[in-house]
Design a protein around this ligand. Structure first.
Ligand code: ZN
Length: 159
């Protein structure tokens, strides 16, 4: 068994811009979009980085960057490519920790867990998520953007 660790963060765009706010593949109406060439999905990006920490294959700075240049901004597509790099590794659990003052994510946790589970082909029980405002001590806790940490647990299945 092995574990991977990933992190990602993005700043909110100006409220007047029309970009949708997406987290864990879920569109949430009550927040502005995030400043990124892609959709800025911090949860899916953190999972991609955790997978890179297991495989050594660059996703966000590599495969996803190339996909983004060709116009693919949906981070779910990046995650699909990341999962392929795991080869015979099977994910057993994904733990997510999000720091954000806004939007209030508590009520969206079930939808985000279900979405991430579906994208990874896992059960909802295999996705854990917490969120915190961090007591306003950081830019994330002051509502300027979001940060996500992710731990991916994996077992290598021998053929
Ligand atoms: Zn990102």
């Amino acid at each position: 068994m092995r574990v991977g660790l990933g992190q990602d963060s993005h700043r909110f765009l100006n409220e007047s811009l029309e970009k949708k706010f997406i987290i864990g593949g879920v569109v949430i109406a009550d927040a502005p979009g995030l400043d990124a060439d892609s959709d800025g999905d911090v949860v899916l990006h953190a999972i991609c980085n955790a997978i890179t920490s297991l495989t050594g294959v660059p996703i966000l700075g590599g495969i996803a960057q190339e996909m983004c240049k060709s116009g693919i901004t949906d981070s779910a597509e990046y995650l699909k490519e990341a999962v392929k790099t795991l080869r015979d590794g099977h994910i057993t659990h994904v733990a997510l920790s999000v720091e954000a003052k806004r939007p209030r994510l508590e009520k969206y946790i079930p939808a985000i867990r279900a979405s991430v589970a579906k994208l990874l082909g896992l059960e909802v029980s295999q996705i854990g998520m917490t969120c915190t405002s961090g007591d306003g001590l950081t830019d994330f806790g002051r509502g300027e953007g979001l940060q996500c940490f992710c731990i991916v647990s994996l077992v290598d299945v021998e053929k």
